[in-house]
Ligand binder design. Structure first.
Ligand code: FAD
Ligand code: EPU
Length: 335
C-alpha cells in the first residue's frame, strides 16, 4: 500500500523528521516491479534500515523500503558454503544466524546496523574485515529495464567505503539479494588491537567465531551510541587517505597520531583523532553535536534538523582543513 505524506523519522537512525510524498515497502521483486512501473518517472529512493542517510529536506518522490527476506544455502562442501540472503534481512540478525550455523567470515561485522542489501553499497567494514573479503555475488533489479542483473565481486568495484553502486551505477539498481562465501573452518581474525584486548579481558585465548562476535559487540557498545537512544548514522566521515608527506608532517607535531598504511604508499589517518584534536569531541549545539566517546559520530539528541547536522559537518570539515591541511569526506549519504 502506498502512503502519502509519510513522516520518515521512524525510518532513519538519525531520527530526522522529514516527509516523503509517497512511501511503500516491498517484500518481493514482483511488488517492486509493479511499484516502479506505476511510479510515472517520479524520483525514487530505496531505503533499507536508514542507518547511513541524513535527510535534509522533504523527499518529493517515492520512498521504497526494502523488506525482501530469505536465507538460502546455494552450495556447500566440507569446508565452505555460499549463503544467499534477501536484501531486506537485518544485517546483524543475518550475522548471528551464520554464526549459529558455524559459518565464519562475517563475525567481525557484528552489530553493524542496517540491511543485507545495503552492505555492498559502501562495502561495509569493521575490525579488520570488509564485505569484499567474503562477497560472492549479488542480484539487482535494473530500474530502467526491470531486468535482474547479477554482479560478481570485480563488477562491484569495491573500495574503502565504496562500490560501483555509489559511483557510476548510482541510482540505477535495487539490490535484491546478496551471496557470501563463508567458511566452515573459519580463520579467526583477531588482529585488530581492540579485539585482542577485549578477548584478553574476557579471559579467552582460543576464540570461536561467537567469541569474536561477542568481543566486537562489547567494543562497539562501549563507544558507539545506540541509535535507538541517540540519533546517529555511525561514522559521519571517512578516514582520509593522504600522501605519506601529509601524514609525516602530522607525525612530526604529534608522534602518537594514529596512522595506517594504505594502497600505493599512501597513509590512512583516523578522522576521529583529527576531530578530537581540533577540540570538537563532545561538543553540543542545542540538541545535536559530536558524540562524547567517538568524535567521528555526529548525533541528534532529539529534534535536530538534517540541515543543522549538515552545517555542523561543514564547520568540522573547514576546521580540519585549516588545522591539518586534510580534507574530510562525508561517509553518510546526504539527501
Ligand atoms: P540505508 O541507510 O537505508 O541506505 C544507505 C544507502 O544505500 C542509500 O543511498 C540507499 O538508497 C542505498 N540502498 C539501501 N538499500 C539498497 C538496496 N537494496 N538497493 C539499492 N540501494 C540501496 N558502516 C560500516 O561500514 N561499518 C561500521 O562499523 C558501521 N557502524 C555503524 C554504527 C552505527 C551506530 C550506525 C548507525 C551506522 C553504522 N554504519 C557502519 C553505517 C551503516 O550501518 C551501513 O552503511 C549500513 O550498511 C547501512 O544499511 P541500511 O540498510 O541502513 O542502509
Ligand atoms: N580516535 C580518537 N578519538 C576519537 C575516535 C577515534 O583519537 O574520538 C582514534 C582511536 O583512538 C584510534 C583511531 O582513532 O586510534 C581509530 O578509532 P576506531 O578504532 O574507533 O575506529 P574509527 O577509525 O574511528 C572505523 C570505521 C568504523 C568501524 C571502526 C572499527 C570509518 C569511517 N569508520 O572507525 O565504521 O566500526 O573503524 O573497525 O572507517 C562506520 O563506517 O559508520 C563505522 C562506525
Amino acid at each position: 500500500m502506498i502512503k502519502e505524506n509519510q513522516d520518515l523519522q521512524p525510518f532513519n537512525t538519525f531520527g530526522i523528521s522529514v516527509k516523503a510524498d509517497l512511501f511503500s515497502s516491498f517484500d518481493s521483486v514482483e511488488t517492486l516491479d509493479r511499484l516502479i512501473k506505476n511510479s510515472n518517472g517520479l524520483p525514487l529512493l530505496i531505503l533499507g534500515g536508514g542507518s547511513n542517510v541524513l535527510f535534509t529536506r522533504d523527499y518529493h518522490g517515492l520512498v521504497l523500503k526494502n523488506e525482501i527476506k530469505g536465507f538460502d544455502i546455494i552450495s556447500e562442501n566440507n569446508d565452505a558454503v555460499i549463503v544467499r540472503a534477501g536484501a531486506g534481512e537485518i544485517w546483524h540478525e543475518f550475522v548471528l544466524k551464520c554464526i549459529d550455523k558455524g559459518f565464519g567470515g562475517i563475525e567481525n561485522l557484528s552489530l553493524i546496523p542496517g540491511s543485507v542489501g545495503a552492505s555492498p553499497m559502501q562495502n561495509i567494514g569493521a575490525y579488520g574485515v570488509e564485505i569484499k573479503d567474503v562477497f560472492h555475488s549479488l542480484s539487482a533489479y535494473h530500474l530502467a529495464t526491470g531486468e535482474i542483473h547479477t554482479f560478481d565481486k570485480s563488477q562491484c568495484e569495491f573500495g574503502y567505503r565504496e562500490s560501483v553502486f555509489k559511483r557510476k551505477l548510482k541510482g540505477q539498481y535495487v539490490i535484491i539479494d546478496v551471496s557470501f562465501d563463508l567458511s566452515k573452518n573459519p580463520k579467526i581474525n583477531s588482529s585488530y588491537g581492540a579485539i585482542e584486548n577485549e578477548l584478553k579481558a574476557m579471559g579467552i585465548s582460543s576464540p570461536s567465531i561467537k567469541d569474536i562476535s561477542n568481543a566486537v559487540i562489547a567494543i562497539r557498545s562501549s563507544k558507539l551510541p545506540d541509535p535507538n537512544k541517540v540519533g546517529n548514522a555511525g561514522s559521519f566521515f571517512k578516514n582520509p587517505v593522504v600522501e605519506k608527506e601529509v601524514a609525516d608532517s602530522i607525525l612530526k607535531d604529534y608522534p602518537n597520531a594514529p596512522v595506517y598504511p594504505a594502497d600505493n604508499g599512501k597513509r590512512k589517518l583516523a578522522a576521529g583523532w583529527l576531530i578530537e584534536q581540533a577540540g570538537w569531541k563532545g561538543k553540543t549545539l542545542e540538541n545535536y553535536g559530536v558524540h562524547k566517546l567517538q568524535a567521528l559520530v555526529l548525533v541528534n539528541y532529539g529534534g535536530a534538523t538534517g540541515h543543522e547536522v549538515l552545517d555542523l559537518s561543514t564547520s568540522i570539515i573547514a576546521d580540519i582543513k585549516s588545522k591539518f591541511g586534510v580534507e574530510l569526506e562525508r561517509e553518510v549519504n546526504i539527501l
